[in-house]
Design a protein around this ligand. Structure first.
Ligand code: ADP
Ligand code: MG
Length: 386
């Protein structure tokens, strides 16, 4: 159990990206102070937190400072070395804990956990050494070869048509430990975000419908089109089982594939708030970041309620280069005049193609209206229609 840590205390977060920034905003709104640990002096969360410890994740002095300053610690970045969390966890409540984060950092461990929970995942095989190529089942082709660790936003993975391409693909990924997954016929993708307290109480957000482009989340719609009550219940129950059986504390996102035959397959999970849950800031009465604060401080967890149908559009750096090589901010005024538009920019100094610069959530009285306005926003900003 985590004894309730009252507002006025200082909370710590490992990582200073946009997820950390939105966590800082939620924590500060409730009257907490926040210390961010991130080496980047211009990190989005470091810019808005009361304290910014500018060291690497494994720097002993940095970790010691974070512990001295804070009453409880969380993470916003899933690749924080799990052992840094274990070190911190010996002295402060750390949620999620290092052991749970370690499972999420390794695609093989993650899949093994899904299987243990009775949740289907893609047929797969470990590809860790060249002498394993011959034994790989032909039924896994065409497939996707993914690095076991450190992949994100479609990076660290290659699609391969036949076993003849396996060696070249593995070499292109740096010959690191990988997982080969069978390419599945996706109808669409969804995710579920759960929050679990140290007491075991769990709450979840509604199922989110996610459209990825080039491996990066582009559009999230809630309520999720094409998801009936039975499928929603199946996804939420699976996400809760996955959290429960790890003894997870904090916010966890599970990404799923819905296949052409309607079946549900777990893809991967993230031990933190997730890009597909950003809509919750504007469309729910409690956001995923509010629940992250509550879970780590031992505050009661209350079921979040979607009060407005919504569409979230990711604002990727490419939108800053519509004129060619010269960086120019999109015409925000042209979209802020539309009803129900909530603009979130992460304070990143410069744009780069593929970089997540911000997001925008459109809320409306009906899903059809949210979609209609979001399509107008997309057209004005140069985002492909969905
Ligand atoms: P990342 O860590 O980069 O998000 P994912 O494993 O989620 O990696 O893969 C990114 C995207 O690639 C998925 O959201 C999905 O669109 C596609 N994808 C990944 N694995 C498969 C698969 N086995 N079959 C079909 N599509 C896949
Ligand atoms: Mg993913």
């Amino acid at each position: 159990m985590i004894p309730f840590i009252s507002p006025g205390a200082t909370l710590g977060v490992m990582g200073g990206g946009q997820l950390g920034r939105m966590f800082v905003h939620a924590a500060q709104q409730m009257g907490y102070f926040v210390a961010v640990l991130d080496a980047d002096p211009a990190s989005p969360a470091g810019l808005v937190a009361q304290y910014h410890i500018q060291t690497d994740y494994l720097d002993e002095q940095g970790l010691a400072q974070l512990m001295q300053r804070t009453a409880a610690i969380t993470t916003e970045f899933e690749n924080v070395p799990a052992r840094a969390l274990v070190t911190l966890g010996a002295h402060r409540p750390v949620s999620p804990g290092g052991a749970a984060v370690a499972v999420c950092q390794d695609r093989l461990a993650e899949k093994a956990h899904f299987v243990r929970c009775g949740v289907p995942c893609a047929p797969h095989a470990a590809v860790e050494r060249a002498d394993q190529f011959a034994a790989v089942d032909e039924a896994l082709f065409p497939g996707v070869l993914k690095t076991s660790r450190l992949g994100y936003d479609g990076k660290g993975q290659v699609r391969i048509a036949t076993s003849a391409e396996l060696e070249a693909a593995w070499t292109s990924l740096g010959q690191v430990p990988c997982v080969l997954e069978k390419m599945l016929p996706l109808a669409f993708e969804v995710s579920v975000i759960v929050a679990r307290a140290a007491s075991g109480r769990m709450v979840h957000f509604p199922v989110q419908h996610n459209l990825h482009r080039a491996g990066v989340l582009a559009v999230t719609q809630v309520p999720a089109p094409g998801v009936d009550e039975a499928l929603a219940q199946q996804a939420c129950a699976a996400a809760e089982r996955i959290a429960e059986s790890m003894g997870y504390v904090g916010v966890l996102c599970v990404e799923f594939f819905v296949l052409d035959d309607g079946s549900l397959v777990a893809n991967e999970m993230a031990p933190r708030p997730h890009n597909s849950g950003h809509y919750s800031i504007d469309a729910c009465d409690l956001s995923q970041f509010d629940l992250q604060v509550r879970a780590m401080t031992g505050a009661p967890l209350v079921e979040p309620r979607l009060h407005s149908p919504c569409v979230m559009l990711n604002l990727i750096g490419d939108l800053w280069f519509r004129d060619g090589d010269r960086e120019r901010a999109p015409d925000w005024a042209s979209v802020l005049e539309l009803p129900g538009v909530h603009l979130h920019l992460y304070g990143k100094a410069s744009a780069r193609p593929g970089r997540k610069m911000g997001h925008l959530t459109v809320t409306a009285p009906t899903a059809a209206q949210a979609r209609e306005v979001a399509l107008q926003v997309a057209q004005r900003l140069g985002i492909e229609a969905f």
